[in-house]
Ligand binder design. Sequence first.
Ligand code: SF4
Ligand code: SF4
Length: 673
Amino acid sequence: MLTDVEKMLFILLALLSIGAAAAGFREMWQIIQRGTGQLHLERIIPRALQALAIYLTQRTTLKTRPLTSAIHWGVVLGFTYYFLVNIVDLLHGFAHDFDAQLAQLGGLYDAYRLLADALSVVVLAGIVYFLLRRFTLPNRHALRFHDNILLHPKAAAGAIAHDSLIVAFFILLHVGARFLGESVAVAQYGADAYMPFASAVAGIWSGLNADALHFARHICWWLALGGVLVFLPYFPQSKHAHLFMAPLNFLTRPQRRSLGALTTLDFADESLEQFGAGRLEDLSMTQLLDGFACIMCNRCQDVCPAYATGKELSPAALEVNKRFVLKDNWEALAGGAETEQTLAGGLLSESALWACTACGACIDICPVGNEPMFDILDIRRDSVLMQGEFPAELGGAFNGMERQGNPWQIAEPRDNWTSALDFLVPTIAENPDCDLLYWTGCAVSYDPRAQETARALVKLLHAADVNFAILGERERCTGDVARRAGNEYLHSEMATMNVETLNEIAPRRIVVTCPHCLHNIGTEYPAFGGDYEIVHHTELIAELIEAGQLPARANPAGWSNVTFHDPCYLGRHNDVLDAPRDVLSAQAIPLIEMPRNRKNSFCCGAGGAQFWKEEEPGEQKVSLERYQEAIETGAETLAVGCPFCMRMFEDARNELAGGPRVLDIAEVVAAEL
Ligand code: SF4
Ligand code: SF4
């Protein structure tokens, strides 16, 4: 189709364009490699299959915003198909009599044309929707940030919208010109049943003669494929790079034992001078890749409890800022130079840094596999370990863990709570051959409300004739608070001590009433040499009911209705979602779900060491927002499975002067005994 001059011109432009784009992507790769750690390529085939499945099914995108996500899916499929369409069009331009050769493919070529025609319309309609959504539709507000969020000056000045416009203009030009080119072909050669949409618009060319149609086809070809050449050098700079970076992110990110399992720091390595992330190059390769993969959709912001309650934290702004700071330091990073920009103050404000509850919702929801929570916790590590800066109240918790073995800073025996029982709760010294070790955790040892849960659980264990014991004085805080607050050194000391104790005892099985203990012992202690079978008490109770060791009853206590709050570190982080519901169901207790439930649960506000400090300034307390949601269900009981959720909601209940009573699942079942 093309003349020799056009062919030469296209080849020249293609060489320049591909060369510029390749240079951009090479620099991007060099930047990613400035990060610490590695991109994970072990078990490459299952990883690649998983990344491909996510790409094709868009299941991570379809989790929320159903209309927008469905349209995005159509655009993804269309764009993917366009890789083939572009190759065919390129050959069409360069090869002699290519139409006739394609026609020999018969039905296959018909199907190809039909799909290309339909997907062109899907992509064009989708991009128009995305433009309307960004600039005029009511749901455009989801793409904005609260005024108190720290934003890179360029982002604040509208660079995100500008980038969106460029990307949208390119797609409309590329796909639109190709679509119009096909309609010109229809005008030239007659209606095509396999290009119904192009045939429908072909009438617009009806006044043109054969030469003009031929010329129009050339113009469309050049706009469609020449447009790609013009856009390619901008590709690495634009958010459209997520097209490649998102699958690469899923392909190479670490396989964690659970969504929020943190990496350890090697304090024995004397060559290490930096702990945590102070500057861009201290982030891991995966975290730098996140910045390039981010599509700036703000879905993580939608689910962030800190953002929802008006704090200065937005995980989306963090990733957006990262992208802009990466761009500011592009040459320095690609060239191997040190950067000056500190992450604290560059990616997020100090208040934002300490507002994160480490709930993991941002990780769970991100359609491109980003993990903003880990950036925050790594910046906290730098702040605590390198700068010695952290909220003053956390100092008390750290001291308590160091000196008394618990953040409450109480030196009393850990098993005082057992004295109110009319049966003996043996320690491991008294019952070394137990089948089950109850790791009580600090809350049970020192919070009177959590002690009621513990007593309810041991009553159930006693009734079920389970051979169990507690550690008593040999138990120490797991170190969870220290770890989420960035004090990795203290956490590593606590973890090492506890693993030594547990390895010596070698428990057959461990049960916990605290999801934070479950998370630390179950998913983070393996990195310290401790690998144990561990269950949450709701799982154990469900098992005992199933085995007939605890009665399943038809609600003799007459519970009218109960709503259940999924603790973040039970459900989202460790996938325990059904057991609490199974327990309620076995007792024939009616369950009313809150709108945000299971993995989409909303934090109670205690996690990420928030329990041990003043909540950062905002419009509302996280616990109040969640408790209000429980009130709106009309439930009389708010069931929980975590001593920290319990305390937060008890306080919220006092503050709101009413609302459902708060009970642990163990207390609900113990009331049925
Ligand atoms: S972990 Fe939770 S609180 Fe922290 S940034 Fe993510 S969504 Fe927000
Ligand atoms: S981190 Fe993920 S969820 Fe958040 S804005 Fe970026 S792409 Fe969207």
